[in-house]
Design a protein around this ligand. Sequence first.
Ligand SMILES: [Mn+2]
Length: 472
Amino acid sequence: MTAKRGCGAAGTESKGGLDKDLRGFLKTNSDIVTVIAKPVSIDDVGALSAQSENPILFENIKEYPDFRMCDILVKHRRHQCRALGVKEADYLATLAKRLRMPPRGLSTVKTGPVKEIKLLGDQADLGKLPIPFHTDIEKYPYITAMNIVKDPETGFYNSSHAGTNPVGPRRGLASFITPHTQIIMRKYLAQGKDQMPIALCFGLHPAYEIMANYSGLHMDLWGEMEMVGTIMDMDIEMVACETVDLTVPAHAEIIVEGTVNLKDLFDAREIIAPTMYALPKNQRLPELHVSAITMRADRPIYRNHQVVPNTDHQVLPRLCHEAVLYNRLCEMGLTVHDVRFPTWGAALSCIIQIEYPRQGFVNDALMQCMGAPWLNTKMVVAVSPDTNIDDPGDVYFAMATRVDPDRDIFVVPNTRANFGDPSGLPLDDLYPHRTTGKIGIDATVKPRHNLADFERAWPKNWGKVHLSDYLD
Ligand SMILES: [Mn+2]
């Protein structure tokens, strides 16, 4: 259970400056990093990463001795807060407040660690990078790096984590399903251009990744990259690309430079959605041509985001969503303890943990979330502060014991469905669009009940004696 606090007033102070880069972050936070020194095959990193609840660093990839690999940096709150350098209880309020602050912008530097090795032209072969397969059903490996594109009208740097399948040494098919990237591609086309510069950025401090996944009204004021320094409370150093008109984070581990062909689309097999299903199928995707790879000299750390099951993939794209919803709920005057798209919620469901002010508030709060701009709030559950939001069993318990289905559940029919939700009704001729209903569930303790009825019984000395102390 998180500590009670007022909305928008939680601490925004970082304890000293954050690290500039991923390797600094991993060193500073070595107490939570699982380091695997034994040799691991590239084919096993996904299955091994997905078994880890903590950040994991593979020091010895058999097939790629010149690289290291890491994953699972932000699966849990207790790790997400490290990205902002604040206490777990202050993390969400801090991110929510910083997202309401003006963009800090970017500073350009002449060079940086990511320029230590430069591979240009034919040397820039994606096959040199430890790009893993993510599932047993995909035909190609999958790049999950942060990518940067520049809005040709405003010059702002939009970023996302749209994935790319490498289909040749210097060619990839990119799943640009993010609406902003689509808008920016159309702007280049409207200017008569048939190529768009792009940079794939591997191995960044996790705050970059949290910000890169922002979606909301911002394109006329800033790009995600201009806000990274705002949420980190420090300046962000960018360095010019070798072959395209872009700057990239100077402290990244690896950068792939290239251009996107805006004229043609190509058949691609399914991508694994955050819902963990192979949806949408039969996509038509643009192609990416690689023109350069730059990286660090000292065993660069390839940041992977294993897509299934229950990994960063379900959580990372929704961390800014949580902060945006937190702000909305606070605007209602609610005391909000947490907003969570849990890793076990298939990226379709959201839990809000609030104090119950009076009748009527909870349904409005549920509707705020169910009506979110994104397609991730099909099921929203409101719980009280005594429900452990980190424990699926405890949330289920609240739904089982604090919900009168006759009064505490409502369904909204015929809303937009997530592309990755197989239960959604496909729209004829509008693939991959679907419709679905949405459900709001009030699993809070309510004043209409006898509060004493909700006091649970526990074993004598529960929480004081530990089984582990009695094992050999
Ligand atoms: Mn954007």
